[in-house]
Each structure stands twice: as C-alpha cells, then as structure tokens.
Design a protein. Sequence first.
Length: 112
Amino acid sequence: MSEKPSVERRRLKRVVKRIPARYQCEGMIGKGHIKNVTQEGLFLRTDRLPSPGARIRLVFEPEDGPKVEVSGTVRWTTGQLRHAADTSPGFGMRIENVSEEFLEFFENILLH
C-alpha cells in the first residue's frame, strides 16, 4: 500500500530557529528553546509541560536583537500526541498582544 503524501495545513510561514527562552506559566518557571516560530505562535522544546489553555509569558533574547517578551495561551503539548513517549517534549503557544519587539524580530528572521 502506498502512503498518502502529507499535506501542509499551515496558513502562516513558519521559520525554524533555535533560540533559548524562559517562561512562566501556572506558577511554574521553565526554560527551553524555541524550535519554530510564526507571526502568531511558536513551538518551545522543554521538559516541563504546562496545561493546554493555560496563560503563559515567554522571554527570549535573539543573538542580533533586543530581548523579546510575549504572552499568550498554551494551545497544545506533545503529551497529547498519540506517540508522546517517542517525541521530545514541548508545546505550542499562540501569541496574543504582539509587541513591536516581536514583530521586529520576526521580520528580521524572515530576511535572513
């Protein structure tokens, strides 16, 4: 049997980037690294998974720019995946209240 080709369902351009980050969510403080980012969200690899739906604040410092702070909502975690045990832990975050620093950061990575 042949496998169906995977279909890209994303509507926004996603940029793969590895950037260390810190976050606060549900009374916990964690750290990890951003794996990919879009204009509206990002995926963070981390060992501590917050609950989907939780409010989150994340801070990171790109190599070539100022510190960026974003806040939003945890949309999903790798713990929800069917093969979670075989996946490196992390979560997807929807960014709300997009800051000027974030927009500048995102435009900069699109150009490079």
